[in-house]
Design a protein around this ligand. Structure first.
Ligand code: MG
Length: 295
């Protein structure tokens, strides 16, 4: 199942896509789900709510469907519960292209590099990226597979990790490289307003079996820049959840961005940073595509 948050007639709603017909099931039209008003509510509602949704997707009922073309898709979790947890240099080829940036001689990374990214509001699959031209001329893109946590847990084992996942989405970890470098810690360069895009859906984990092997791609103005597969993650999804949760409680709704493959703007010589008017497309197999323009 693919879950979305969307605007329809000015009202924010959540839904599930009926893929065959391109129609979104409006969850507010199902009376058993009256308490569920956001994806975070849905994550907390457990398997019984998912069964109800599945029933309405697969059967003819009186639930309401809206054509996907008639809604504005938002980020599935527009207002995250806390900062997004990110991994740096989690694809070997990207670690290689980042050498000059990180000043690291070695590209063998022994432990995951964790950092966080503030986003009071995550922009959706068609949201506008601010260029922030007054403070950066080094705006860059990073397509990433995002994990959405489905159950609170600490000290999760590798074998149990999948139980703690709700699903997966696409996240563009946009970055102002000059600010990322200038402040030593990456927080500010990663956290300017609109520099997190997510969507178009959260794919429920049931449709993406472990090990997660999905093609991942970004393109700027239709020129493919990044092209890889999530099977190439240095630290894979069960390892990340297990390692991160040692001594740290993961919460329902937490978003973990798993890192980006080679082909980001700073990896080119000369660098290919984003400019106003650019079309930034990020795609992951089975989840879809987000397309954001730089203002
Ligand atoms: Mg990143």
């Amino acid at each position: 199942m693919l879950f979305t948050t969307f605007l329809f007639n000015g009202i924010e709603k959540i839904g599930a896509l009926r893929e065959a017909s391109g129609m979104i099931l409006d969850l507010s039209s199902i009376k058993e789900l009256a308490e569920i008003n956001s994806i975070l509510d849905l994550i907390g509602a457990g398997d019984s709510a998912l069964e109800v949704i599945k029933y309405h997707l697969e059967n003819k009922t009186d639930a309401e469907f809206i054509p996907v073309g008639e809604v504005q898709l938002l980020a599935p979790i527009p207002r995250p519960i806390r900062d997004i947890i990110c991994l740096g240099l989690n694809y070997k080829d990207h670690a290689e292209e980042s050498k000059s940036f990180t000043k690291e001689e070695k590209t063998v990374i022994e432990h995951p590099i964790y950092f966080s990214k503030m986003a009071a509001y995550i922009i959706g699959p068609e949201g506008e990226i601010k260029s922030h031209r007054e403070i950066t001329e080094e705006l860059d893109y990073e397509v990433e597979l995002a994990i959405v946590i489905g159950k609170e847990g600490t000290n999760i084992t590798i074998e149990e990790a999948e139980d703690y996942i709700f699903g997966y989405s696409i996240l563009n970890d946009l970055t102002a490289r000059n600010l990322q470098k200038r402040h030593s810690q990456w927080l500010k360069g990663k956290s300017l307003d609109t520099l997190t895009a997510m969507g178009p859906y959260i794919a429920y984990k049931g449709i993406i079996p472990m090990p997660v092997s999905l093609s991942i791609e970004s393109a700027i103005n239709d020129e493919v820049r990044q092209k890889s597969n999530t099977s190439k993650l240095i630290f894979d999804i069960p390892y990340i959840i297990s390692d991160l949760s040692r001594g740290v409680t993961l919460k329902k709704g937490d978003i973990i961005a798993t890192g980006t493959p080679a082909g980001v703007g700073m990896g080119f010589n000369p660098p290919k940073y984003l400019k106003s008017g650019d079309k930034v497309r990020c795609s992951i197999e089975k989840i879809g595509t987000i397309t954001n323009y730089v203002k």
